[in-house]
Design a protein around this ligand. Sequence first.
Ligand code: GSH
Length: 145
Amino acid sequence: MITVHHLENSRSQRVLWMLEELGLDYEVKLYKREATMQAPTSLRAVHPLGKSPVITDGDKTLAESGAILEYLVETYGNGRFAPRHGTPERLHYTYFLHYAEGSLMPLLFMKRAKSPQKLDLRDYYLSTRRAVPAFVPARIPPRCP
Ligand SMILES: N[C@@H](CCC(=O)N[C@@H](CS)C(=O)NCC(=O)O)C(=O)O
């Protein structure tokens, strides 16, 4: 049985979505945020940094939302949700899997923290389009939704 150590209102939601899409049985251990919005210290029992999501699956424990999604798709996807290895589509998929957490999320956080610096997500998205390999920008829509 898969257990999700799920912090309310967090990236852990991604893991629950994927588990639902895969139709897997799982249990959720829910952690409520403190008044400070920090995770409760009890989460440190499963993640030394006290972060969520974390899953356990048998004798495996895994953190990092992107890594967890990749693991679930590889292990239980039966070819669904990820293009075949070695295809241009796979590289596109890998790019966006990492882009979400590596590039976009820090910016979303700064925006949410009401950074004095004016942040224009559309500009950011379009500069990504200029910066990445040729097969990726062709697939990025010209305007943010
Ligand atoms: N890169 C990690 C980020 C994990 C992370 O920062 N999780 C946040 C919730 S979105 C958290 O646990 N925050 C509580 C805290 O830092 O006290 C991932 O994608 O899983």
